[in-house]
Design a protein around this ligand. Structure first.
Ligand code: SF4
Ligand code: SF4
Length: 289
């Protein structure tokens, strides 16, 4: 089963929920789990484990075209075919160049060029690493190269690292509602939306709910920091018939363990119990119950 953990905004505790689900599924439920950190601009799930890197880091690449000025006739067809405005051709100046930061590696310009003036070469967009977090699970993360705009492509590549022997794959999605989130949840069987019971949380939850309904993904909501804020979130869930999977209470002592990176060492019983309930509900959906 593939489960994506997402939220409309940063700071709601999305990674906290993803990491706890991963940890409890691996240790208490004895499931073979892989956590894939798709927050490629800021992957931080591994910070919560005393994890060892497993195997070598490898570089994820994209194919970038380059133009051979000896063959180019400056006809501009490639620039016209490029939907991303990544090619500049100035015929009077005999200038033709690809801007790698705009290129999406779609290959259209190669098809367009009738003079064999375009070839492709790989360029790094980020790195991918696997970790052993010591809980029988596997943690995989991708880290975007500074300056690269290829979040979505890197997310696609890190998701290809999903292992066949895993019973559960958890994607920790980037925050927001843009293309990287859509790419993360695209093949998920179920999405857990993490929110907090505040006006900001409700505003961003509404955007994420609209997105998931648009793309037809089943989802439920986990309210983090329950006990803070007001009851408007609960009214919204009930009016829109959205399942509340569970509530993680706000505990100052647990928040300070989080801040020290030690939250998995001392999970309070009531919080562990709540994660257990969430896991049972979500796994039942995977088994069709
Ligand atoms: S299509 Fe080929 S020949 Fe025409 S401008 Fe582009 S690279 Fe040059
Ligand atoms: S590969 Fe696609 S995006 Fe990149 S320069 Fe060519 S046409 Fe544009």
């Amino acid at each position: 089963m593939k489960i994506a953990v997402a939220s409309g905004k940063g700071g709601t505790g999305k990674t906290t929920v993803a990491v706890n689900l991963f940890h409890i599924l691996s240790t208490k439920h004895n499931r073979r789990v892989q956590l894939i950190d798709c927050d490629v601009e800021e992957p931080n799930a591994h910070l919560f484990f005393e994890s060892k890197q497993v195997g070598p880091e490898h570089t994820a690449t994209q194919l970038i075209p380059s133009i051979d000025n000896n063959k180019c006739t400056y006809c501009r067809k490639c620039a016209e075919w490029c939907e991303f405005n990544a090619i500049v051709v100035i015929p009077p100046a005999h200038f033709a160049e690809v801007n790698p930061s705009l290129c999406h590696s779609c290959g259209a310009c190669l098809m367009a060029c009738e003079y064999g003036a375009i070839t492709e070469h790989p360029e790094g967009i980020g790195t991918i690493r696997n970790y052993d977090p010591g809980n029988k699970g596997i943690l995989t993360e991708a880290r975007l190269k500074i300056g690269s705009a290829m979040q979505t492509l890197l997310i696609k590549k890190v998701k290809q690292q999903a292992m066949n022997d895993r019973e559960v794959i958890i994607y920790d999605a980037p925050p927001g509602t843009s293309c990287p989130v859509v790419e993360t949840v695209a093949d998920a069987d179920y999405v857990i939306l993490v929110t907090e019971p505040t006006p900001f949380g409700l505003h961003d939850l509404k955007l994420t709910v609209a997105l998931l309904r648009e793309i037809g993904k089943p989802f439920g909501v986990v309210i983090n920091k329950a006990g803070l804020g007001d009851r408007k979130m609960y009214a919204f869930l009930s009016q829109n018939q959205i399942e509340l999977l569970g509530e993680i209470p706000f505990l100052r002592s647990y928040a300070s363990l989080y801040a020290k990176g030690e939250m998995l060492r001392h999970i309070p019983d009531n919080i562990a119990g709540e994660y257990g309930v969430i896991i049972d509900k979500v796994m039942a959906k995977g088994s069709g119950r």
